[in-house]
Design a protein around this ligand. Structure first.
Ligand SMILES: NC(=O)C1=CN([C@@H]2O[C@H](COP(=O)(O)OP(=O)(O)OC[C@H]3O[C@@H](n4cnc5c(N)ncnc54)[C@H](OP(=O)(O)O)[C@@H]3O)[C@@H](O)[C@H]2O)C=CC1
Ligand SMILES: CC(C)=CCC[C@@H](C)[C@H]1CC[C@H]2C3=C(CC[C@]12C)[C@@]1(C)CCC(=O)C[C@@H]1CC3
Length: 355
């Protein structure tokens, strides 16, 4: 029989703790004196103070073992948006999240209540994209309705996931939940934004600006996202206004999408995009390509660079207000955008032009 571990307010679990955001979160938690149980499908590093539990989110028993002795859970596991695999997103983001909620309940209602846990706290990493339908959002607040026609399976299942977690918040039954909605996370070790950008540049496809280039977007340095998660966890009490609510966490410095891309590219020694293409033309083409890839999927597998979601992200305004987080949990970004870009560029020497 597994040994029971007594819970402590400085013990927590990070589901998805091997990933980009998860690992930054784990490192910050360790620095704040927490011990951390990481649950992930893969183990990508070792650190003192961290116990790894390798397993699939949908495996109840494996998850329960990882959550033993823990009364604070961060859930930031998800398949990468680029996978575009409907069944995988449904299984991990929806079924997997249901499993997390069930196991949190189980820990709380542990028969002999040996754990004497006052409350189980669950902080979900959602996404600001849950309200994004491919059209402009300027200073969007959390009361915007969920996207009625989500632009991809990732967004569709992130919406369901967030709804499940917020609905499960139940002060009487000791489960307190909150959802953090970051947008455009970037920083050292990010496997998506900078690598995709550099790969596109190396293939000579970063010459064009989609639209007139004036669209404002939130890019959020990873430390600020981590800060938002920890503030939420430490504010989560039955009497707190944050219970059962969603919070935008951004750098609070909207920037032109194409200026941000150019700063990263130029910082790494590549040319900035210069020529303009009409947004509707590129979006239409991306839709055609996506349909074609669906039709041909049984015969050939090809992944278009220009997916409708990517084109929409690159050509529309999408920036969000984080005044709710400022008001309810005293959130303020800890790293400015310029500094974040510099630290990010410096962390990718291997992706520099000519390296
Ligand atoms: N990056 C961004 O810009 C944004 C991210 N988010 C959200 O933040 C969270 C973290 O994202 P990010 O750090 O970028 O993503 P990563 O892919 O780097 O991290 C997610 C981690 O979860 C793991 N994982 C995937 N499936 C399972 C599973 N079935 N069981 C256990 N672990 C699993 C992944 O493993 P593997 O790599 O092997 O799949 C990976 O280690 C996600 O929920 C994402 O939706 C929200 C807004 C913006
Ligand atoms: C703000 C936000 C939600 C960013 C998300 C990160 C990624 C979705 C972007 C990171 C690199 C971007 C990128 C493009 C689209 C959006 C990203 C994948 C393009 C494919 C857009 C069209 C181009 O001209 C090339 C771009 C390469 C980089």
């Amino acid at each position: 029989m597994a040994t029971r571990i007594r819970p402590s307010s400085k013990r927590c679990a990070v589901i998805g703790g091997s990933g980009f955001l998860g690992r930054h979160l784990v490192e910050k938690l360790l620095g704040k004196g927490y011990t951390v149980s990481v649950f992930d499908i893969r183990q990508s590093y070792e650190l003192p103070g961290v116990t790894f539990h390798q397993g699939d989110l949908c495996d109840k028993q494996a998850l329960l073992t990882a959550l033993q002795g823990v009364s604070l859970v961060f859930h930031c596991a998800s398949p990468a948006p680029a996978s575009d695999d409907k069944a995988l997103f449904q299984r991990v983001n929806i079924q997997g999240t249901q499993t997390v909620l069930q196991e949190c309940h189980k820990i709380y209602y542990n028969k002999d209540r040996l754990n004497s846990i006052k409350e189980m706290l669950l902080v979900l990493t959602s996404s600001a994209s849950v309200v994004f339908e491919g059209t402009d959002i300027k200073d969007g607040r959390e009361d915007l309705p969920y996207a009625k026609k989500p632009i991809d399976y990732y967004t569709e299942t992130k919406i369901e996931q967030e709804k499940l977690v917020l609905k499960a918040c139940d002060k009487e039954n000791g489960l307190l939940t909150v959802a953090i909605r970051p947008h455009g996370i970037f920083g050292p070790r990010d496997p998506q934004l900078v690598p995709i950008l550099v790969d596109t540049a190396r293939r000579g496809k970063m010459k064009f600006i989609i639209g007139d280039g004036s669209n404002l977007v939130d890019f959020t340095f990873v430390d600020n996202v981590v800060h938002g998660h920890i503030l939420a966890a430490e504010s989560l009490r039955p009497e707190s206004p944050i219970c059962g609510k969603a919070y935008h966490i951004t750098n609070d410095e909207p920037v032109r999408f194409w200026d941000f891309m150019s700063d990263i590219l130029v910082g790494l020694g590549y040319a900035a995009p210069r020529y303009h293409l009409p947004y509707t033309l590129v979006y239409g083409l991306s839709l055609l390509l996506w349909l074609l890839s669906l039709l041909l999927r049984p015969l050939v597998a090809f992944k278009p660079t220009f997916t409708p979601m990517r084109v929409a992200l690159a050509g529309t305004h999408h920036f969000y207000s984080c005044s709710r987080a400022k008001q309810d949990m005293g959130y303020k970004p800890v790293v400015g955008l310029k500094d974040g870009i510099r630290r990010t560029v410096e962390s990718y020497p291997h992706l520099r032009h000519g390296a």
